[in-house]
Design a protein around this ligand. Structure first.
Ligand code: NAP
Length: 531
């Protein structure tokens, strides 16, 4: 193989791309990673906004493919902050000598399947071309940023920032009037930090969000020691849970508990902190009446924390908790007690325009020195659609998925042979702990490539029938839940014009079982051939 022709091209050097490269190299495949950023880390390379921190506990948000790596790395806090996770990604890159096969500052422009040769032709932004037998998209679920097309977007004379593309040198908001648009996870993490520096912070909220305290703390050495001594068992236990996380999910339905029992359970989970709140009762994501008991508890906390009853009311959501990803905060609601923070409700009259001096909302101009867009991402499909991906007969992926993504297992799509997506739509991905999900996908793909090589096979393609059945199943599972009840990015509802289709698959253990069964049944649902 020359440096223009590879067994596999991998797009993206986040956690998915890094491990994919490592696995394939270990198996003797030639692979090249192309990465738009100047370093590894993906999400954790780009999202450097103040307060950026993982909402999965650090002992669980890490690779498990190497015992040595697991044992040697030390996390300093219960929830790792972005700089520490990025240090971890760099450590992995060095430890496994990954950088020599990663080309940074290189965006992939197009990936086209060439029928006659059965190879993928990959075109880079600078016009260079390479070919590969397999094209593997490790492009991330939340990597294509969304900046709403506000009127006058270019008119503002001050700086604008997006949380998902934060300047590497950081931003000093000292003494500045700052406007932040959005109240999702990114905003909820950054608002308390920005408020400490800004002269005044205006928070433009369209939809209030539920946040429970993270209760972040320095890593307890005894907890770490016990965790490391039992890593394999704990990882195995996590894989039996719906989300692939270790927080307990109660088997008891909320509606079978007494009011007092519910209050005690919610309070205990609130005190413990973290995403585990949603596991308080078995039916929270399935039964609206059950969910109402949890939302009322959170609203009561907001009323307790926020001094001004009007502000507390505006901050209080009435949607289903967990329908949008639950936010984990450190001092979010408390921040609205500060005299230099104002909440601006833009739910009934949207932000009208960005002006030279700030922005207009509710018929009023807010004068600002800086604007922060915490407006999220074109999730799951956005990063794939930025690449011109074409399969058999030149069919564009974007056209094939125009009514919503169609995949088999979130790994492959019919008409696009030898194309794999790591944590693609139709897989647990964002409804699970991303790191174990990534490793499961990478292992499945690598094993599949090994299987094909051993049998002299060169082409694998999902069948339309298997794909149709899987898409129907993903929808059926979602319909049994409360997830379709709000305008979340899981449904693509945050992007104007995007089809409303629930994209991730709920249920890590059932999913893994299905993937393993497919392999046991000779890659059932895929067509494997020599050419
Ligand atoms: P997000 O959850 O999509 O939030 C975007 C926010 O911007 C929403 O409040 C949205 O309001 C608002 N918005 C969008 N367009 C608007 C417009 N035209 N006018 C006014 N407001 C507008 O994005 P995110 O906060 O970046 O989080 C995305 C996901 O990334 C999270 O759900 C999570 O999975 C992940 N994340 C995780 C962490 C963590 O690990 N702790 C941290 C950050 C992000 P509406 O709700 O009304 O649309």
């Amino acid at each position: 193989m020359t440096d223009r022709h590879f067994d596999a091209v991998i797009v993206g050097a986040g956690f998915a791309g890094m491990y994919m490269l490592h696995r394939l190299r270990t198996m003797g495949f030639s692979a090249r990673v192309f990465e738009a950023g100047s370093g590894v880390g993906g999400t954790w390379y780009w999202n450097r906004y103040p307060g950026a921190r993982c909402d999965v506990e650090s002992m669980e948000y890490s690779y498990q493919f190497s015992d040595e790596l697991e044992q040697e790395w030390k996390w300093s806090e219960r929830y790792a902050a972005q700089p520490e996770i990025l240090r971890y990604a760099n450590h992995v890159a060095e430890r496994f000598d990954l950088r020599r096969d990663i080309q940074f500052d290189t965006r992939v422009k197009a990936a086209v399947y060439d029928d006659p040769t059965g190879r993928w032709l990959i075109e880079l932004a600078d016009g260079a071309k390479v070919t590969a037998a397999y094209c593997i998209m490790a492009t991330g679920c939340l990597s294509s940023t969304n900046t709403p097309n506000f009127k006058g977007l270019d008119a503002f004379k001050g700086p604008c920032y997006h949380t998902g593309r934060w300047p590497h040198e950081g931003v000093d908001f000292t003494g500045r009037r700052v406007g932040i648009i959005g109240t999702g996870s990114s905003a909820i993490q950054s608002i308390p930090i920005i408020a400490q520096k800004a002269k005044h912070l205006f928070v433009f909220q369209r939809t209030p969000n539920y946040a429970v305290p993270a209760r972040n703390a320095p890593m307890d050495p005894e907890f770490e020691r016990r965790f490391k001594a039992n890593y394999a068992q704990l990882r195995a236990k996590a894989k039996q849970a719906r989300t692939g996380n270790l927080y307990p999910i109660s088997e008891k339905p909320a509606l079978e508990a007494s009011e007092e029992e519910r209050r005690l359970e919610y309070q205990a989970r609130w005190d413990k902190g973290g995403l585990g709140f949603i596991g308080s009762f078995a039916d929270l994501l399935f039964d609206k009446a059950a969910n109402d008991t949890a939302t009322e508890f959170i609203r009561s906390k907001i009323r307790e924390i926020v001094h001004d009853p009007e502000v507390a009311k505006t901050l209080s959501p009435h949607s289903v908790v967990g329908c949008k990803r639950l936010c984990i905060d450190t001092g979010y609601y408390e921040t609205f007690n500060r005299p230099n923070v104002s909440l601006v409700d833009v739910s009934t009259s949207p932000i009208e325009k960005i002006t030279e001096n700030g922005l207009e909302a509710n018929g009023k101009e807010y004068e600002l020195d800086a604007i922060v867009f915490a407006t999220g991402f074109d999730a799951m499909t956005g990063a794939l659609f930025r690449i011109d991906i074409r399969g058999i007969g030149g069919q564009a992926l974007k056209a094939k998925w125009s009514a919503g993504p169609r995949t088999y297992l979130g790994l492959a799509t019919a008409g696009f042979p030898n194309l794999f997506t790591i944590t693609g739509p139709g897989s647990p991905s964002v409804l699970s702990n991303m790191l174990p999900s990534i490793e499961q996908h990478v292992d499945w793909i690598a094993d599949c490539m090994g299987h094909m090589r051993n049998r002299g096979l060169t082409r694998i393609e999902a069948t339309v029938a298997a794909e149709d059945a899987w898409v129907a199943h993903v929808n059926q599972v979602a319909e049994r839940t409360l997830f379709p009840s709000c305008n979340s990015w899981y449904l693509g509802a945050n992007i104007p014009g995007k089809p409303r289709v629930f994209m991730p698959y709920l249920g890590f253990p059932t999913y893994v079982q299905k993937c393993n069964e497919v392999v046991r049944n000779g890659y059932e649902g895929f067509r494997l051939s020599e050419k």
